[in-house]
Design a protein around this ligand. Structure first.
Ligand SMILES: CC(C)(COP(=O)(O)OP(=O)(O)OC[C@H]1O[C@@H](n2cnc3c(N)ncnc32)[C@H](O)[C@@H]1OP(=O)(O)O)[C@@H](O)C(=O)NCCC(=O)NCCS
Length: 183
């Protein structure tokens, strides 16, 4: 994500969250938060969605993920989350965690596919409606179970968009020891 993306990012943000961030909040994140990594997914010239994480010591905190409403259920959310995990692993993170609204079944199902499971809750976490948050966490990125799951998710994405994982790694400057260099 760069400053040039912020108009399109905030359009997706407004369409996705009841109390979304303004452009200034994203600008602060990408320009001043050294822990933050924000990605955008583009198809041609169109911004399809974005995702962001904070790299906190050894754990990646998934801050946000959103896909344009008219393009949902096409696999873009999976591709974004996958890329975010690759970024987190590449930065040396050992696992990922997040909070999600109890009622957000779509996001919770997406996270479950990537091995996040419910580990707790934060009562009345969301200020707009007092909704509870579920805390979800992955097992260690380097465990055989997580690696197996990630490989299965990669295979699904590759079936849909051949070469997409290598392209994502190349775009993000990530080499993967198991699969050879990114570019
Ligand atoms: C969550 C979100 C990013 C998913 O994006 P997406 O592009 O639709 O996701 P995908 O197409 O990759 O779907 C991945 C999986 O998530 C689950 N999922 C996605 N939308 C779902 C829905 N409406 N109901 C149930 N499961 C859903 C499914 O398991 C799906 O896999 P499948 O289509 O093979 O069944 C999108 O719904 C969104 O932008 N929501 C608003 C913002 C938000 O709530 N973000 C999460 C904040 S914590």
């Amino acid at each position: 994500m760069t400053p040039a993306d912020l108009d399109a990012v905030t359009a997706v943000e407004r369409a996705s969250y009841s109390s979304g961030w303004p452009a200034t909040a994203f600008a602060h994140e990408i320009e001043h938060n050294r822990l933050a990594r924000y990605l955008v997914l583009e198809v041609g010239d169109d911004l399809v969605g974005f995702a962001g994480t904070w790299l906190m010591v050894d754990e990646a905190h998934v801050v946000t993920i959103a896909v344009r409403p008219d393009l949902r259920r096409a696999g873009y959310g999976r591709l974004l989350l996958h890329a975010l995990i690759l970024v987190a692993r590449d930065a040396g993170m050992e696992a990922a965690t997040l909070e999600v609204r109890v009622s957000n079944e779509a996001a919770r199902a997406l996270y479950r596919r990537y091995g996040f499971w419910d580990v707790g809750e934060r009562k009345k976490y969301y200020q707009d409606n007092g909704e509870d948050a579920v805390i979800m966490t992955t097992e260690g990125f380097e465990t055989p179970a997580f690696q197996e799951r990630l490989a299965a998710r990669a295979a699904e994405l590759e079936e849909r968009w051949p070469g997409c994982i290598a392209a994502a790694r190349a775009a993000l400057g990530i080499a993967d020891a198991e699969d050879g260099p990114a570019a």
